[in-house]
Design a protein around this ligand. Structure first.
Ligand code: NAD
Ligand code: TYD
Length: 378
């Protein structure tokens, strides 16, 4: 059994908690260190089920703290880094771009430099090491929507055949698509991706970058579309739809992303980029209707009872029209496929939020918000 000492950054956040859970449960021989600053988006309650496992450890640290991270690398003899910690919400980046540059760019650079110094000090240097950076499809910019009514897509996957499956344009994001970020969030993620690739090209660090589409599922902070709307429908609060609700996003169930990360961390080729997505494009307004129907059905409310909560509001600044990932490379080279049809994933997700109202109440409580906002603004 190969033993590894792996740091997962941002493990207390939405996607990170699913990655930590998967690795802790699947690889008892690995030491898994969850490194997280615990901003408002980080919540150790997301990992209650693994916190007592002997191969799991939590370290509270800011990824910008180069000295502390270098020390941790030495003490724990880290040979793998899976880097998810980031500021992740576009609306926040529009209000506060500096925090995004600091965490996403400078934080990533601090990790890279500490890893470089530590790994280069070892006799075997970079052999057996991995720096895996998790990024987003938003770095590619926005695709044209030249089929607003949707057309049959050129791709099918096991999980996408059946149910809704449309493409809203002829073009897709490929691994070779030129970077063209529009929001402060995507600009900061693009910059961090460039630094990661530069550490491979300049120093020979064994890096991998993946760019994934929008995730949904349990433990997502309710500032993002799907959990925010589930909670608002439950409490019969207005659903703020930006612009005309026509923007298209490509949605992937978070556990499918975590499985892809596991596969790529172990079998991906060094210096490669992989796009991750399930060929699952939806207009916001269509998704919102599915969510309303699902919540109403599961709560035993009348069909369409909550449709009038839909409230069109001023559009987001610089709102990207369409994202759509081509993940053929990952599917062909590593055999990954999304496991769920979207309708199943949404059902599972809505059920989880309704069954875990305590989690939702905790993160939306005034006390939680005040505590984290206070800490966050220090
Ligand atoms: P999230 O906001 O839910 O979690 C981010 C985590 O990072 C939190 O636990 C937070 O405490 C931690 N963090 C923030 N700043 C930190 C710092 N300075 N030092 C240490 N920890 C810090 O984010 P998420 O949605 O889980 O996204 C995780 C990663 O995946 C991000 O890099 C994001 O860009 C990328 N991504 C997200 C999506 C998506 O749909 N959510 C899609 C593609 C890629
Ligand atoms: P979001 O979940 O913030 O993810 P991202 O901006 O990274 O794609 O938003 C998903 C889509 O939903 C995006 O087109 C913006 C839209 N949206 C709304 O219409 N209303 C909302 O309240 C939110 C949070 C998002």
């Amino acid at each position: 059994m190969v033993k590894r000492n792996i740091v997962i950054t941002g493990g207390a956040g939405f996607i990170g908690s699913h990655v930590v859970r998967l690795f802790v449960n699947k690889y008892p021989e690995y030491n898994i260190i969850n490194l997280d600053k615990l901003t408002y988006a980080g919540n150790l309650a997301n990992l209650k089920d693994v916190e007592d496992k002997p191969n799991y450890k939590f370290v509270r640290m800011d990824i910008c703290d180069f000295e502390a991270f270098y020390k941790l690398m030495q003490e724990e003899r880290i040979d793998g880094i899976i880097h998810l910690a980031a500021e992740s919400h576009v609306d926040r980046s529009i209000k506060d771009p500096f925090t995004f540059a600091q965490t996403n760019v400078m934080g990533t650079l601090a990790l890279l430099q500490a890893a470089k110094l530590y790994w280069e000090s070892l006799p075997e240097k970079y052999e057996g090491k991995r720096f895996y950076h998790i990024s987003t499809d938003e770095v590619y910019g926005a695709l044209v929507m030249n089929h607003p009514g949707g057309i049959e897509p050129p791709f099918t996957t096991a999980a996408s055949s059946g149910g809704h499956h449309l493409a809203y344009g002829d073009d897709f994001f490929y691994e070779t698509t030129k970077y063209n970020p529009h929001s402060p969030y995507s600009a900061s993620k693009a910059s961090s991706d460039h630094f990661v690739r530069a550490y491979h090209d300049t120093y020979g660090m064994p890096t991998i970058v993946t760019n994934c589409s929008n995730n949904y599922g349990p433990y997502q902070f309710p500032e993002k579309l799907i959990p925010l709307f589930i909670n608002n429908i439950r409490h019969r609060k207005p659903l703020p739809v930006y612009g005309r609700g026509e923007n298209v996003r490509d949605w992937l169930f978070v556990e499918d992303h975590a499985r892809a990360i596991d596969l790529i961390f172990h079998n991906g080729k060094i210096a490669e980029t992989y796009n991750i997505g399930g060929f699952n494009e939806w207009k916001n307004i269509d998704i919102i209707k599915v969510v309303i129907n699902t919540v109403d059905r599961l709560l035993g409310r009348k069909e369409d009872e909550d449709m009038d909560l839909i409230t069109y509001v001023t559009d987001r600044l610089g709102h990207d029209a369409r994202y759509a990932i081509d993940s053929t490379k990952l599917q062909k080279e590593l055999g990954w496929e999304p496991s769920l049809q979207f309708e199943e994933g949404i059902e599972k997700t809505v059920r989880w939020y309704l069954d875990n109202q305590g989690w939702m109440d905790q993160v939306t409580s005034g006390e939680y918000q005040r505590y984290y906002e206070g800490m966050y603004s220090k």
